[in-house]
Design a protein around this ligand. Structure first.
Ligand SMILES: Cc1cc2nc3c(=O)[nH]c(=O)nc-3n(C[C@H](O)[C@H](O)[C@H](O)COP(=O)(O)OP(=O)(O)OC[C@H]3O[C@@H](n4cnc5c(N)ncnc54)[C@H](O)[C@@H]3O)c2cc1C
Length: 550
């Protein structure tokens, strides 16, 4: 790989060849719920894209990578200037960005990463580590802090793989995307089991830097739970932890690096815990009478016999809308309609349950899960409904581009709390989103599902859709995001279960960790990154106006 990747739509999500359309029935369902939408096509192709002129970089910085490793084309700068949250996509579609990196550097190995950071520290050039660019919280936004110049450090060439079958661990380069890591592991009969919805484009380094959680986290663990050892190359030197299943040697430095979002330095590789690839994967659909009944089933499993690899409960609105918008309408929709008709009910909540492992463990896990599902009043929809969810599990984000083109605001956010407080959080956050949208004259719909469950609680994932206010999309989004974030913080829930902090959640970090917690993180940053070149304006709240979103 001698050039940055260009296989993700530069203006949206996924394979450029795939642009799904909604059929008339789906469009009608949407208009009924959010009102008429006014189409909002993309402003231009890449040729017409407007970017600020790049600043020249010191030779010490550009010479730190091998010749041919520095890229300054409009396309490369655009591709490294934003993540994939709603404001990012809105700006990309507008054909104009207020800020972009001055250049993209593509180091060949960890040695070059070290040289680049040393040169940038000496010359005062800000560095944004770049994995797959899938951040939805402004994590790779080109904020310069107190520096004049900024590079995006694209880690795609860090592709090493070394598997230790006996210990069930693997050392994986930071630049491997989800499918690349899985394919390398599957040639050894292994899997990592980490399948976030951004799996196709996000990287191992990004997963570690953001404490990512995949859809099968109940079975395989979140990414932070899969990390055995990690290293960070910081401007002031390397910090590493040793490969060990556990250590009592003081507070965990592994945990300090995992989730550091590029503000301490660059994670060049991660040693992860892997599993034998499952012999059997069985996905099923169930239907609960209500969201609360579904949540109680998940709680009973988490606190009792244990959770399947995947378990998620959609609320009534999410069930209805996702059946209406997606290909699920055909298969699961019929089953679902049949079920409701039989019981003379209008609504129900979809539960997706996925079991993975060998024949015996799947059969045992399923028997225990089925007992709790039935005890909780859920009805079996069948394997087709589960399989269609599984097949479509990475397709949702493609639809977001379609909806934005139709003139919709579409965004997601997530949090988690303990079981006792989960219902209250759902109510508070859902109301905050609805009220903020209505106050702006664009009443919308709020969908929610429960996933990533634990014995003590679970995460809630919200999606909201409304008519976009043309020309004011980012202000509209900002108002809703702020209301939702304030509701989350007021409920005592976490500002993020897995999307990370980035720029968008940094103002809420004090509520999360307290002033002393912020001071500790700041002190670590000052030790590892004394000239504050690493990813300015992310993770830690900044009072520096230069780091605010443009
Ligand atoms: C459609 C969609 C679906 C998503 N679904 C999920 C989901 O199911 N679960 C989930 O957890 N997240 C999800 N996300 C969020 C995102 O994919 C994750 O945060 C992911 O871990 C980011 O990985 P990345 O390689 O794209 O990192 P980037 O977006 O490139 O970077 C994210 C942050 O990590 C830093 N960083 C990246 N690589 C390194 C490195 N090697 N060393 C140091 N810092 C680094 C960056 O500077 C930035 O601050 C989703 C995003 C999208 C767009």
């Amino acid at each position: 790989m001698s050039a940055p990747r260009r296989d993700l739509k530069w203006w949206g999500w996924g394979d450029p060849a795939i642009e799904p359309e909604l059929d008339a029935e789906a469009v009608a369902m949407l208009s009924e719920r959010v009102g008429e939408l006014t189409a909002s096509p993309r402003a231009c192709e890449l040729e017409g894209f407007e970017l600020p002129d790049p600043q020249a970089l010191p030779a010490a910085v550009t010479d730190a990578v091998e010749p041919g490793g520095v890229f300054t084309s409009t396309e490369d700068r655009v591709r490294h200037a934003t993540g994939r949250g709603y404001p990012d996509l809105t700006r990309l579609r507008s054909g104009r960005l207020p800020a972009a990196p001055d250049a993209v550097l593509l180091p060949a190995d960890a040695g070059e990463v070290r040289r680049v950071l040393a040169a940038c520290a000496a010359e005062g050039v800000a560095v944004v580590p770049f994995g797959g660019g899938t951040s939805v919280v402004g994590g790779i936004e080109p904020l310069r802090g107190s520096h004049e110049r900024l590079i995006s450090l694209d880690l795609a060439r860090l592709q090493d793989v070394e598997v230790d079958r006996r210990s069930l661990t693997a050392r994986l380069g930071a630049g491997l995307r989800g499918p690349e890591a899985e394919s390398a592991l599957s040639s050894h009969g292994m899997t990592l089991g980490h399948f976030p919805q951004s799996f196709e484009y996000a990287t191992i380094g990004g997963f570690a830097a953001t404490r990512s959680a995949g859809q099968a986290s109940s079975g395989y663990g979140r990414f932070d739970e899969l990390v055995d050892a990690v290293r960070v190359i910081a401007p002031a030197g390397d910090l590493r932890t040793i490969d060990t299943p556990h250590t009592a040697a003081g507070p965990s430095l592994r945990e300090l690096v995992v989730g550091s979002e590029g503000v301490f330095g660059v994670i060049p590789e991660v040693t992860v815990r892997v599993r034998p690839a499952p012999e059997v994967r069985r996905y099923e659909g169930w239907i609960a009478e209500s969201f609360e009944a579904g949540a109680e089933i998940v709680r009973a499993l988490a606190q009792g016999p244990g959770l399947p690899a995947v378990i998620r409960v959609s609320d009534e609105e999410e069930t209805q809308v996702s059946l209406g918008l997606s290909g699920l309408r055909g298969i699961a929709g019929k089953l679902f309609g049949g079920y409701l008709g039989l019981r003379r009910r209008r609504k129900g909540c979809l539960i997706v349950v996925g079991f993975e492992g060998d024949e015996e463990s799947v059969a045992r896990g399923r028997a225990l899960a089925v007992r709790e599902l039935r005890r909780g009043g859920a009805a079996y929809l069948g394997r087709k409904a589960g399989r269609s969810w599984e097949r479509a599990r990475f397709e949702g984000p493609y639809l977001r581009d379609t909806l934005m083109g139709m003139g919709a605001l579409v965004e997601t956010l997530e949090t988690s709390h303990t079981w006792s407080r989960l219902g209250g959080v759902k109510e508070a956050v859902g109301s905050a989103i609805r009220e903020s949208l209505a106050a702006q004259g664009t009443p919308g719909i709020v969908l929610c599902h429960l996933s990533h469950a634990y014995a003590d609680g679970a995460s809630l994932y919200f999606t909201f859709i409304a008519a976009a206010r043309h020309g004011e999309e980012i202000a509209q989004w900002d108002a809703v995001k702020r209301s939702a974030s304030e509701a989350i913080v007021a409920s005592g829930a976490t500002i993020t279960h897995h999307h990370a902090v980035g720029r968008d959640h940094a103002p809420y970090m004090e509520a999360e960790v307290g002033q002393a917690g912020l001071d500790v993180l700041q002190a670590v940053k000052e030790r590892l990154d004394p000239t504050a070149i690493m990813n300015p304006g992310k993770l830690l709240p900044s009072r520096n106006a230069a780091t605010l979103r443009n």
